[in-house]
Design a protein around this ligand. Structure first.
Ligand SMILES: Nc1nc2c([nH]c(=O)n2[C@@H]2O[C@H](COP(=O)(O)OP(=O)(O)OP(=O)(O)O)[C@@H](O)[C@H]2O)c(=O)[nH]1
Length: 127
């Protein structure tokens, strides 16, 4: 079972950050929430904080991560948190493309399949 922690990062205007997977990776060109695999010895919050530093150059803490939704597909368990408080400006540090989406725009992005139920929870939260 692969556990993946991801975040709906929400800005002051109520938009959510989406990340487009780079060429050469599975689901290249499709959009997802920033995050990644929980590594051995990490808890979910620690993994997410590490991924946000590595991928986006931003800092947050566990008290700013609110559990929002999950989805299990095959051997993948996706855990989505909402986060409105973080330090720094999200910057694409790993070749990805970033976009801030309004709630009504989320489904106009070509989302990775497992993210669709999660995206619905984000849209409902922000609408
Ligand atoms: N970060 C993230 N991963 C997701 C989401 N939805 C989803 O199905 N995934 C899948 O969960 C896995 C996350 O792995 P990852 O981000 O740590 O690693 P990766 O495949 O990008 O790169 P890798 O080659 O370094 O393992 C990928 O298989 C990815 O397709 C999502 O919203 N965010």
């Amino acid at each position: 079972m692969l556990i993946v922690a991801a975040v709906a990062l929400i800005d002051k205007t109520g938009c959510v950050l989406l990340s487009q997977r780079p060429e050469g990776k599975a689901h290249a060109g499709q959009w997802e929430f920033p995050g990644g695999k929980v590594e051995e010895g990490e808890n979910v919050g620690e993994a997410l904080i590490r991924e946000l530093r590595e991928e986006l150059g931003i800092d947050t803490e566990t008290s700013c991560l609110a559990p929002l939704a999950f989805n299990g597909e095959g051997d993948l368990l996706l855990l989505l948190y909402a986060c409105r408080k973080y330090k720094g400006v999200p910057t694409p540090l790993e070749g990805q493309t970033l976009a801030w989406a309004r709630p009504d725009e989320i489904f106009s992005y070509d989302l990775v399949p497992a993210d669709k139920p999660l995206a619905a929870a984000v849209r409902d939260l922000l609408s």
